[in-house]
Design a protein around this ligand. Structure first.
Ligand SMILES: [Zn+2]
Length: 742
């Protein structure tokens, strides 16, 4: 039947077609999920945002629930990668024990497990929620940039970002939503040993929805009211005299359990960033310390499990907030425990970039030319960072502001640069105290992530109020502190409609008597967190650029060439015998006439990324492995004469010369290769032998190093078989190539 469509119906059909066609480009038409940084998102806002992003960008994101806090809040990781690209080894090799969907503690491999991974987290310490905001900013940049920015598209197609904006959901919830600054996780602990649990946290006494402060006259008090702005409380110097009324200023809180103390039994549990297995130490301080045993906290345990199932992670960033600098491993051990190669990549590559982004000075040694330039610059896959020469306008502004300050001085812990040859700058350091030969801490996440897991891990302390607040002048003199306090209050008057500071109002405190409630709403006056709005955006953007720079360093292992050349062929044999290392392998199928081919397979593998596929200690760590290549054909038809289906190729270096490090020694993969080539099959026709030897490189194959490998196999095929090569690198990606016989 012939149907006549009205113009209206036509229009509808065309529209449907258009939507269908546009839909084939992954998330090109996704609706942007709006996000603003005018206020903190907290746990609630973060979860809403993550869910909205996962809904809007189903082809490049996956939202995973990786654990649950003690108070029942879910821990989320947003995976960002093109879900339609990438492959994993278990799709090509028949595993004896295939991973099953219903096994709870093992994740079936996802396509992104075959891509190099970058982990970014925030909110490990609940009251350091600026890191959460930076994570959300990075998510926004990645998902919205996918359809418009070729560099980001390439990264999302070929790599995977794992972003965990809140490691410690209870701590962030209590700090942001509750205004009760909580560094630790939450636990059902009876802190004051009175038989009741978590019964005495802070209180919103006047019921205005905020935890602020209570000020009251107290002859022993350490504060006076500021003459210039009576909203400001000025802290007196120790032993200072004053004719004014002295005040005490305490958190808005009462003694809920009548034991004479306020706020001594909140939800506060242990410090998640002291609860990881590397260098863990029981400090007998269960209430705020490292926990009863390593990974006793559900948060650290969930992360360890997640990493165990995502061993493709090579880069780890953990955002904290106090101080405005980045530290790399170790907190527990001196630098002598770090391989010189890794040290060079940490400091001279990543540290240098970080200092440049901040406009900070770094050691002159970091600018030295690499000891020996490699020649293989041609295949280099540079993904340049997005910073214009001279830095962003904000960075230039910073540089100008910092210029009068002059020389950077090494921190106490940065001394003793002898072993490494330079002192670490304040902005790029390690927490271990070299001078005192003393650990900064035990059981720290990034120590585990480097030492036991094998990633380039680091922690950025995002915020230093005096240095990082755009437009804030430098205050000097005796009342510098009061000047800064006035400036901050005025700032929020102008930029935030005064929403972050509550005017003081009379209140009769049940324990302390007459006084006033008011002052900063707790979450906005944290010395630790970037102020919402302009300041927060400034911090977010610098650290997005740093993560982007690191993402562009990720390794990228590809098969650049794969050929299969028929050296010897017969169409009239019922069987053919060939010898492999003294054993005779007969390739025959019953009595039928068959065609047999002896085939030389040559494969070239390259790491076109900047970094090697493992940190220097990587392949030696439990759970880690060398890069490997498989030749796969029809099992019933292919006989391996030289070389086994699976070949280890060591660790592929990156194309980037490592500053200060001589180019590498031969890798482990070479010896077996050479031995394999020495045994030639005896049934190669004499007239073919010379050609054969030439093809095999004269029976010699030097040990291979650097970022490329050439691997050869000699196989016999009965009839025909499809052939494919799979190169699989734990942290450099998995790549497959089909081969046609010629
Ligand atoms: Zn912290």
């Amino acid at each position: 039947m012939f149907m006549i469509l009205s113009p209206r119906k036509w229009a509808g059909t065309v529209l449907i077609l258009a939507v269908f066609l546009l839909g084939t480009a992954p998330d090109a038409m996704a609706q942007k999920v709006p996000i603003s940084f005018d206020d903190y998102h907290g746990y609630t806002g973060t979860v809403e945002y993550l869910q909205a992003v996962a809904r809007a960008y189903p082809n490049i994101t996956e939202l995973l629930e990786i654990g649950e806090s003690n108070m029942g809040r879910t821990m989320y990781v947003l995976v960002i990668s093109n879900m339609r690209t990438g492959t994993t080894i278990d799709r090509h090799i028949e595993l004896r024990n295939p991973r099953r969907e219903n096994v709870q503690n093992v994740t079936p491999m996802k396509s992104y497990h075959g891509k190099p991974g970058q982990w970014i987290d925030g909110g490990t310490h609940g009251n350091e929620y600026t890191g959460t905001e930076v994570c959300l900013y990075i998510i926004d940049k990645l998902v919205t940039g996918y359809s418009s920015d070729a560099e980001l598209k390439e990264l999302i197609d070929e790599c995977v970002f794992y972003i965990c904006p809140i490691v410690n959901p209870d701590g962030v919830y209590n700090s942001v939503e509750g205004g009760n600054s909580q560094r630790q996780n939450s636990m059902m602990n009876d802190d004051d040993n009175d038989g009741r649990i978590n019964e005495d946290g802070p209180d919103d006494l006047n019921g205005d929805g905020h935890i602020t402060s209570f000020r009251y006259k107290d002859p022993e008090g350490g504060y006076v009211i500021d003459d210039v702005d009576p909203r400001v409380m000025v802290r007196l110097a120790r032993g200072a005299e004053t004719t004014k009324d002295r005040y005490s200023v305490v958190r808005e809180d009462r003694d809920n359990d009548g034991d004479g103390r306020r706020g001594e039994d909140s939800e506060r549990g242990i410090d998640v960033n002291r609860n990881f297995p590397e260098g863990w130490y029981g400090d007998d301080n269960e209430k705020a310390g490292s926990g009863y045993y390593a990974a006793s906290a559900p948060e650290s345990r969930a992360i360890l499990e997640f990493f165990t199932n995502n061993t493709n992670i090579l880069l780890v960033q953990s955002f904290h907030t106090s101080g405005g600098f980045t530290y790399r491993p170790f907190a527990r051990w001196p630098d002598s425990r770090i391989d010189p190669k890794d040290l060079a990549i940490f400091d001279r590559v990543m540290g240098k970039k970080y200092c440049q982004l901040l406009g900070a000075e770094y050691p002159a040694e970091w600018d030295e030319e690499p000891a020996q330039q490699r020649t293989a610059q041609q295949g280099m896959r540079m993904r340049p960072g997005g910073t214009p020469p001279g830095g962003t306008p904000q960075q230039q502004m910073r540089q100008q502001r910092q210029a009068p300050g002059g020389q950077q001085t090494a921190r106490a812990s940065g001394g003793g640069g002898g072993a490494r040859g330079y002192d670490l700058p304040r902005e790029w350091t390690h927490p271990y105290n070299d001078t005192a030969d003393r650990p900064y801490g035990y059981g720290i996440f990034i120590d585990w992530a480097y030492a036991q897991f094998g990633s380039y891990s680091m922690t950025t302390e995002l915020w230093n109020r005096s240095k990082d607040f755009p437009g804030m002048p430098e205050f000097t003199g005796d009342d510098a502190q009061a000047q800064q306090a006035r400036w901050m209050i005025n700032y929020q008057d102008e930029h935030n409609d005064g929403a972050f500071f509550v005017p003081w109002q009379r209140y009769r405190h049940p324990d302390l008597g007459d006084g006033e409630i008011g002052g900063w709403i707790a979450q906005y006056n944290s010395r630790n967190n970037a102020f919402p709005g302009e300041a927060l955006l400034h911090v977010c953007d610098i650290h997005w650029q740093f993560e982007l720079f690191k993402a562009n360093l990720l390794p990228h292992v590809v098969i650049t060439d794969a050929t299969a050349e028929v050296l010897y062929e017969t169409n009239s044999a019922t069987e053919a015998s060939v010898t492999y290392q003294g054993d005779t392998a007969t390739i025959s199928r019953g009595k039928r006439m068959g065609s047999y081919k002896v085939v030389l397979v040559t494969v070239t593998i390259e790491n076109t990324g900047q970094l090697a596929t493992q940190v220097a200690r990587g392949a030696r760590l439990a759970g880690n492995r060398n890069d490997a290549v498989w030749l796969v054909g029809d099992r019933d038809r292919v006989t391996f004469l030289q070389g086994t289906a699976h070949q280890s190729i060591g660790v592929l270096e990156g194309v980037m010369p490592i500053p200060g490090i001589q180019s590498s020694a031969p890798a482990a993969g070479g010896a077996g290769q050479r031995q394999m080539m020495m045994n030639l099959p005896p049934n190669i026709p004499p007239q073919m032998m010379q050609q054969f030897m030439a093809r095999m490189g004269g029976g010699q194959s030097e040990a291979q190093a650097g970022n490329t490998r050439e691997v050869k196999w000699l196989i016999a095929i009965e009839g025909n078989s499809p052939l494919k090569v799979i190169v699989t690198s734990q942290r450099g990606g998995t790549h497959v190539k089909e081969i046609t016989l010629r």
